[in-house]
Design a binder for this molecule. Sequence first.
Ligand code: NAG
Length: 146
Amino acid sequence: MTRALLILFSCLVAINQASLIHRCDLAKVLHQEDLDGFEGYSVTDWLCLAFVESNFNISKVNENADGSFDYGLFQINSHYWCNDYQSHSENTCQTECQELLSPNLLATIHCAKKIVSGIAGMKNWAEWTIHCAGRPLSYWITGCHL
Ligand SMILES: *[C@@H]1O[C@H](CO)[C@@H](O)[C@H](O)[C@H]1NC(C)=O
């Protein structure tokens, strides 16, 4: 009985941890996907954004007061950017919101590029504006080998 519980517990921990991406692993993917310097934002801006939006949790989903949902690492909103079939969506990124929870991050990065290419840039994310904009951010890549 105890043993079974222990195994179950280990599985739950493993599943839970699988949704988290390590800071330097994320930095590497962002770098590989050419986000460093894209539209004038550096990898450190993206790392700070991922931290303040999701705490590096790839599978984070959050419901907003207006009934829309935010998906994934960058908490991308279902009214504007992706379709979750729950309510009307502009679906500007032409993707299903579920794709924005994928561990390979490709749909997320594709959509994030689209968002940051807009007139507001990274100011599309209120949390980035509050916590990351204009601050020293280089420590986010400390110890990462890019
Ligand atoms: C990641 O987000 C999902 C969905 O919001 C949540 O169920 C899970 O507990 C989170 N994982 C961690 C490690 O916080």
